[in-house]
Design a protein around this ligand. Structure first.
Ligand SMILES: [Zn+2]
Length: 424
């Protein structure tokens, strides 16, 4: 279902003139007036925020993950009494990242999220079950968006690593939609498939995933074996929901009347497809808007018209730009590991992280130079207590191995900081 056809099916050129220009202009003025951080940037670049907004946007510098924290103070002051919610996440350097929101921001973001949910074809007859192992926070957001399109039942189903036992109640709940992250789906898939094969007739129709890439082969397998349609939700903490897949399943629709993508050094793939690192400008966010924010994704943007009738561009996420990885939807960064392992020493930090699969578990192998061997126990202990790692290890979702190699392993050639051999 298309929730706002007059916008979602509008000619893109017309949309830019009638909606994007005024919204962008208002954002740039707001940013200049209320955010000393943005004002300084514009002044330094000799940018007049009142001139053509698309031209201003082109000339604005990119906003990096590191710079994002400089927005916090301005945003908090700007929010003042309108402050409604603070979202805190672990940042790239281990320093928490905060996003401040007003009630109005939340309502605007919710509006877009419900357009995305409508794109998945969710309606009042659906029973949506969110399956996860940790913090249900993000699912509160998804459930609000589901409810906004009329879904009557949304259930958070917290599970443990004994999937066969933990997921026992799933068939009884008989969801029409399962909403989860790809790595968890992969680990628990055998148990889920077994249950559904035993159960025979159920109402399961769709699987929605987010937070990570889903391997194409695994996707086809699920589609065939569980006889479901699969949809992807796309977004990020700093930008909220950005888009989702439609029933044509040819990329993720993004909504340019709300969030503007801009590629860094785009490469032309065809007449309608461009590829590069994507930046986002959130025009509807008032308290902590981002302008040309580098979310960390390499994408392809297709501007051709989609079979579903929407004119909004579609993206395909090709990979991440930062040195990071995801475990069960939770983001981890190389730098956090480096800081944890080498926090007590003045050593140059050599480290490689290898991720692989072990049956129903993930295996993380941390490779360190021989000279660190004397600190083996301290390192293991420090890693064990890192962020969410303790939880995953304690609950049996993850196995951790530390291997020491000859020092020359790191100095001889340029080695990849993270090697991800996991297959979903
Ligand atoms: Zn479409």
């Amino acid at each position: 279902m298309i929730l706002e056809p007059q916008i979602e099916c509008m000619d893109q050129q017309k949309l830019i003139e009638s909606i994007v220009r005024p919204k962008l202009s208002s954002l740039l003025l707001r940013a200049y007036q209320h955010f000393p951080f943005y004002k300084k940037r514009m002044d330094e670049a000799g940018i007049d925020p009142c001139s053509d907004p698309l031209d201003v946007l082109k000339r604005m510098p990119y906003l990096t993950k590191k710079e994002y924290c400089h927005l916090e103070r301005d945003a908090l002051l700007h929010a003042n009494r309108r402050l409604y919610y603070v979202e805190v996440t672990s940042g790239t350097t281990g320093k928490p990242k905060r996003r401040f929101q007003s009630r109005n921001d939340e309502l605007n973001e919710l509006k877009l999220a419900s357009r995305v949910m409508a794109g998945f074809g969710l309606s009042r007859d659906d029973v949506v079950v969110f399956i996860d192992v940790g913090d249900p926070g993000i699912y509160l957001w998804f459930s609000k968006a589901c409810e906004a399109v009329g879904v009557k039942d949304t259930i958070y189903y917290g599970i443990q690593s004994d999937f066969g036992e933990s997921l026992k109640g799933l068939i009884k709940l008989d969801p029409t939609v399962i909403f989860t992250v790809p790595s968890l789906l992969a680990r628990s898939y055998d148990a889920i498939l077994h249950m559904y094969q035993e159960a025979g007739e159920t109402n399961l129709q769709k699987i929605v995933y987010f937070g990570e890439k889903l391997d194409e082969g695994f996707r086809k397998r699920i589609q065939y074996e569980l006889n479901v349609e699969i949809f992807s939700h796309y977004g990020g903490t700093e930008v909220s929901t950005l888009g989702g897949e439609c029933p044509a399943h040819n990329g993720i629709h993004i909504y340019t009347d709300v969030n503007l993508p801009m590629l860094i050094q785009p490469e032309n793939i065809s007449n309608t497809v461009q590829q590069g690192e994507v930046t986002w400008t959130t025009m509807q966010i008032d308290i902590q808007p981002v302008i040309k924010y580098r979310l960390g994704d390499m994408v392809q943007i297709d501007s051709s018209k989609c079979k579903c009738g929407r004119t909004s561009p579609r993206i395909k996420v090709l990979g991440r730009t930062d040195d990071g990885f995801s475990l069960y939807g939770e983001k981890f960064y190389y730098s956090t590991f480096l800081n944890t392992i080498y926090s007590e020493t003045n050593e140059t930090g050599f480290l490689q992280i290898i991720l692989s699969n072990q049956k129903a578990q993930e295996l993380m192998t941390v490779i360190l130079p021989e000279k660190m061997k004397s600190k083996h126990i301290d390192i293991k202990d420090a890693l064990y207590h890192m962020n969410e790692l303790e939880f995953y290890l304690e609950e049996g979702f993850l196995d951790l191995k530390i291997e020491f190699v000859d020092n020359s392993y790191f100095t001889g050639r340029k080695i990849a900081s993270i090697v991800d051999r996991r297959k979903y």
